[in-house]
Design a binder for this molecule. Structure first.
Ligand code: FES
Length: 142
């Protein structure tokens, strides 16, 4: 299997079996974010306690890239401090700009599967949608 096939498989797995899809009933900030080029949207909920993201869930509609990225992001940031989550998000943005990043810095290995998106400018907004919601969410008072 080629690396591209492997990455495609990882993305489809997150799309078809999204992690953390759903709603947090209490003590959560909700961030709505949409991709203006296609109208797809995600609603992200974060629970932040003592400067740490203790839970994250999302729902919404979108393409496989946007939904897989949201699944990976929520999985990656749970348990991280706000500073760590922003650092990881910055790393993801750098990867989307096509910069060389140290993949070991991602708390979730699967995120690496999205690196190929950087070659398709029209899809970058799909991949960054959930991460933009994260950045907005951690800056919002709960
Ligand atoms: Fe809409 Fe990807 S095509 S988020």
């Amino acid at each position: 299997m080629s690396l591209d096939d492997l990455y495609r498989r990882v993305i489809m797995d997150h799309y078809q079996r999204p992690r953390n899809r759903g709603r947090l009933e209490e003590n959560a900030v909700t961030i709505e974010m949409n991709n203006p080029t296609c109208g797809d949207r995600i609603s992200l909920q974060l629970r932040v306690e003592d400067g740490k993201i203790t839970d994250a869930k999302f729902f919404g509609e979108g393409c496989s890239i946007s939904q897989a990225s949201a699944s990976m992001m929520t999985e990656a940031v749970k348990g991280l401090s706000i500073e760590e989550a922003l650092r990881v998000s910055g790393l993801f943005s750098a990867m989307m700009r096509g910069e060389a990043v140290d993949m070991d810095q991602f708390p979730l290995e699967d995120i690496e599967a999205l690196q190929g998106v950087a070659k398709f400018p029209a899809r970058i907004k799909c991949a960054t949608l959930a991460w933009k919601a994260l950045e907005k969410g951690v800056k919002q008072p709960q």
